[in-house]
Structure formats: structure tokens, C-alpha cells
Design a protein around this ligand. Sequence first.
Ligand SMILES: Cc1ncc(COP(=O)(O)O)c(C=O)c1O
Length: 461
Amino acid sequence: MNIFNFSQKPVDVPPVKTAYRCIQTALPVPQSLEVFERLNRFESRSMHGQMPIVWDRAKDFQVFDKWGNCWIDFTSTIFVSNAGHGNNHIIQSLKDLLDKDLLHTYTYASDVRADFLQKLIEKTPVEIEKAYLVSAGTEATEAALKLIRLYAQDKNKKRPGVIAFDGSYHGRTMGAAQISANQAQREWMGYEDPNIFHLPFPYPWDEEGNPTNEDGNIRFEKDVENLRSQGVDLKEDIGGIIFESYIGWAAAFFPTKYVQAWAACAKENDFLISFDEIQSGFARTGPLFAYQHYDIKPDIICCGKGISSSLPLAAVLGRADILDLPDIGSMSSTHSANPLSCAAGLANLQEIERLSLVEESTNKGKILHGRLNEMRQRHPREISNILGAGMLASLIFRNSRSVSSACLLASQICEKAMRKGILLVHTGRESIKIGPPLTIPEDALVEGLDVLDEILQESIQ
Ligand SMILES: Cc1ncc(COP(=O)(O)O)c(C=O)c1O
């Protein structure tokens, strides 16, 4: 295998049969190969590179194929199914709407959209007054960027400057890719937005960014100096700063004091603070939103993924004076108010409440992080960090020879886990991420962690 290419050649693997996992065929399943062949033939390859499983059904914390195999899911389909796959209440809400024959309304009003928006705003902290709904996270990022720039215009700033961070990811559309840090992923555009300023992310392994010491402030001062040296005047040239609540690939949070220093600076210089909660929202890290770990009040929040635990839905939330900056009709989308997505979003919020998923995430997160830290202690040379919070965790691998060896080890561990009935988040980098549905029972969580422990022992000599 290489880092992005899991083998599609069937391999005989030892059978697994427990209450929660079943592996009883070669993997990939020989009969499933024709599905991959058709996808390889008819779909752009940019969508490929995932582990070779054909999903037939997913319920709560388990994923099933057609051939009797069943996995414990530690991915929530990339942090979407926070309230569990195929959540019964969400499915029932969708069925109720389907029975009424309401599949699409464009931007015409519907009860379900009003109900969802009201519930969403009621659930969020008081400073959040309005929302704008879209279908994908990247669209939420685009909208946040637009709001920041309209704000800069409204305040007669000289430039529509936006501060963002290296290492971050905000989506694949043009504005989102300009803010995201991966320069290689921006090359196709043929230009760099001169008013987007990237700062280095203060990783915990970067001494100055160490979240456990006082240096958040020192790092902040250094970054302000860095911007000034590029001719940036924070008051005149900056409309907003966009944080990913934690850097996705590593689940690394910013030092708290660093974020707080930027929040104070934003107030002083009248620019907006926007948090990308697309991956981190809806109780993934414990609180409803991950920015709450920093004890600050953002002006804009972007949400997606776990907002519905299912159908395509994303949102931009914020103060009314910001959300109302665009004129009637100038920030809208054909599918942004889709009634089915709104029904899923509403039912999802009801489930987060009914199942106490904020508390569940915090409590089960203690088990998750406790076990991972024990694993790290057994492999201190190979695992440099366990990061994340609540039901989000990452293992960061290191290899004294090369970063690519660490990336390969992470990919091999994901493949081995798949063969033993566990799905882990494959990042393509020197990390593995874990984010089970928040509804997973404790014994299933522990079973999955036991398997990971076993794989680490096998894979690290
Ligand atoms: C932090 C973050 N922002 C934005 C996005 C883009 O969301 P989408 O894939 O729904 O466009 C993602 C997706 O992985 C994400 O993790």
C-alpha cells in the first residue's frame, strides 16, 4: 500500500466474531470488487482512496456490508453521525415529511425550516441570533468569508483582510481553499488572494505554542509583529480572523490564552472572530461547540457535518447585524432550505438533548483519552502526542527517519484495524483520528480501543 491507496486485492484475514464485530470473508470482499471497478470507471479519482468496504447499512455505532461483515465505527462517517447512524428519531422525522410529499421548497417558507432555525438559535449561546443554511461545510466557509468582507466594507476598512492559519482546512471551493493552509491545493487557482494572511499554527510540539504554559500571549505578540512587518494595520486592514476550532488532521487545539488574546485584539480593532465548527460542533468535543473550551464569544460560527447527523446540511450562525449584512436575495441557495435537511437537523438537536450527548461525549471522552494515553506510555518513541477532547482524539506518530514513514505507519494501522472490524479515521498524514458516534455504548468503545492497543503492539516493535 501507499499512504492514499489501500489495496483492492482480497486478503484472507482471521475471522472475528464478537457481540459488536464480525469479519467472515476475505477483505476486500471478492464479490465487492465489481463495485470498486464501476466507481473507478465512472467516478473522478479524487473521490477515491478510502478503505475498501462497501457500506450496505449503518446503525448507531456499527457499519454493515452485504456479506455479513460488521465494523465498530470510530469515524462517525468523518464526524457526521454524532447522534448515531440511522438514528430512529431522525429517520421517523424524515418519513413523516416524506408522507406529506414535501421534498423541496426552494426559499419559500416552510414550518420545518422555521422550527429548525428557532431550535438551533435557542440551543446556541445568547450572542448567536441568526443563521443562514446551506448544504455543505465549504459553502458555510464561503458565506463566512463574504460576511467578514461585507463587515470590512461596512466599517470602511481600507482592505478586506482575513487572518487564517497554516495547517487548517475549511473546504474545497475557491474562497475556502484560499483560507485553508495547503498551498498545493491552491495552485490550480493560479493566484493567491493578497488579502488573506496565514499565520503558523501554534502546535503543541512547537515550544512557543505549548498550551500548558503562558506562551500563548508571547506567540500572539509575535504573530501581530509578523503581520505588521507585512504592512498590515489590524484596525484598517482586517475584517476578521478565522479559526478552525482545532486543526483537523491533528485534533490540536490552540493555546487558550492565544485565542483569548486574538479575541481581545478583535474587539479593540473592530474585526470579527469566526470559528469553523464544521467538524468540531454538536458535542463532538464535549460542549455543544469546541470554541467553548476557549471561553470566548465568536461573532460567526460555521457548522456542518454533525448538525444533522445525516443529510447534507451546514449553517453560518452569528449576530443579527452581521447575518443581515447581505441584501435580500444576495446570500441564498436553491437547496439551502431543503425541508428534509431541516427535519434531520431539528430531530438531531432533539436527540442531542434527549440522549444528553454533551454529557455523554465528556464522560466517554475520559475513557477514550485515558486508554489512548496508556497506549502512548507504552510506545513513547513512536506516539508523540494524544490530542483532542471529548469524543475526538488523535494519535500523532513520529519516526526519527522520516515523516513519510510515520504517515505510512498510520495508514497501515487503519488498514489492520479495518481487517479486525474497526473503522478509524485515515488522515493521510502522521496521525490517526478517532471520533465514534456519541451514542456508542461504553463496552463497544472499550472493545474498539482493545483492538487498537493490540494493533499498536503488533505494528510497533
Ligand atoms: C473543519 C472543516 N471545515 C470545512 C470542511 C468542509 O466541509 P464539506 O466537506 O462539508 O464541504 C470540513 C470537512 O472535512 C472540515 O473538517
